[in-house]
Design a protein around this ligand. Structure first.
Ligand code: NDP
Length: 321
């Protein structure tokens, strides 16, 4: 495993990391979660991602229980969580980054995770109804209270990230240091030209999500939705549409001979491709069983296989002319 700095922060993250969305609790119980985290850690993964909203808080609980089982030294791993959607109804507790919600919710996340602090705390989405200044102060206060070490944004527009950094600099507050954007062969917009100011000029870090487009890029949806896959999970109807999109499936089929010629699986090619982007600090992988973790970790063997010709060949398939 190789490690990359989280942007210009002093901390380093493994090139591949492991997240818990949809999988922890919903698809995988404590035994499987513990095995997946152990397999990732044994492969050198030092970063595990979570969110308050995943499985209504149960994903944090199960990760906390697994961490307790595993008994790793706290200094050897990083845990993140994310706040925004909220677990309770009410005007101040949902879809918000207001000060009251943030300062109260972090305590719930820490309790569920069984941790004294998270290493990274993300604002899971931007909240256009709360002044960015209020959110920046609240995140600064959470860090000052020792409940998080670094903070970041997820799916924020470049302009809002720059505003948050500027406000923090003006008031000598802890700045956000990392974004959590979607990034895979199909979805590249969060590294578009407007983000150059964020990643190149401010050296912001990134922990990228859905590198396999929820499994679409493994080829497993080429013949319909397998019963034991994310595509069959109840309540994810919007995702089923994506996973059965004929145009996208045709691109995945066309990618297969390229993967074969590299000696990689489609999953391994797609994960290794994300690491070609120097602005990516870590690629957050997802898995519903330990065999997937093992296969995905081997993507590291292919990171150096991408010649400019190969990158062009892949772009010809995925980027519209
Ligand atoms: P992926 O796009 O890589 O999808 C992961 C899923 O693909 C797995 O759960 C599994 O689903 C399938 N899969 C993975 N590896 C293989 C394999 N080798 N062979 C076959 N199937 C495989 O990542 P996620 O969408 O899970 O995102 C990764 C992490 O990013 C999340 O866990 C979360 O921490 C974070 N995230 C953050 C978001 C944000 O808004 N900030 C949003 C979404 C995710 P199955 O077995 O069910 O088919």
């Amino acid at each position: 495993m190789k490690y990359r700095h989280l942007g210009k922060a002093g901390i380093q993250v493994s090139e591949l990391s492991l997240g818990s969305w949809v999988t922890f609790h919903t698809q995988s119980g404590i035994e499987s979660v513990t095995a997946m985290m152990a397999a990732a850690y044994d492969a050198g993964v030092n970063f595990f991602d979570n969110a308050e909203g995943y499985a209504g808080g149960k994903s944090e609980e199960i990760m906390g229980a697994a961490l307790k089982n595993l008994g790793w030294r706290r200094g050897s791993y990083l845990v993140s969580t994310k706040l925004f959607w909220g677990l309770n109804e009410g005007p101040n507790e949902q879809n918000t980054l207001n000060r009251k919600y943030l300062l109260e919710s972090i305590d719930g996340s820490l309790r569920r995770l069984g941790l004294d602090y998270v290493d990274l705390l993300f604002c899971h989405r931007a909240d256009p109804t709360t002044p960015i200044e209020e959110t920046v102060w609240a995140m600064h206060n959470i860090i000052e209270r020792g409940k998080a070490l670094y903070w970041g944004t997820s799916e924020w527009e470049a302009e809002d990230i720059l505003s948050a950094i500027d406000i923090a600099e003006r008031h000598h507050l802890h700045k956000p240091v990392v974004e959590q954007p979607v990034y895979n062969l199909f979805q590249r917009h969060r590294f578009g030209p407007e983000y150059e100011r964020v990643y190149r000029d401010r050296r912001y870090g990134s922990t990228t999500w859905s590198p396999l487009a929820s499994g679409l890029l493994t080829g497993k949806y080429n013949k319909g939705i397998p019963a034991d896959s994310r595509g069959a999970v109840e309540g994810l109807g919007w995702l089923q549409k994506e996973l059965t999109d004929a145009e996208k499936l045709a691109k995945v089929s066309a990618l297969e001979p390229i993967a074969n010629s590299m000696g990689a699986s489609l999953a391994q090619l797609s994960l290794a491709w994300c690491l070609q982007n120097p602005y990516v600090s870590t690629v957050l992988t997802g898995a519903s069983r330990v065999e997937q973790v093992r296969e995905n970790m081997k993507a590291l063997d292919f990171v150096d296989s991408f010649t400019p010709e190969l990158m062009n060949e892949i772009d010809r398939l995925f980027v519209a002319a």
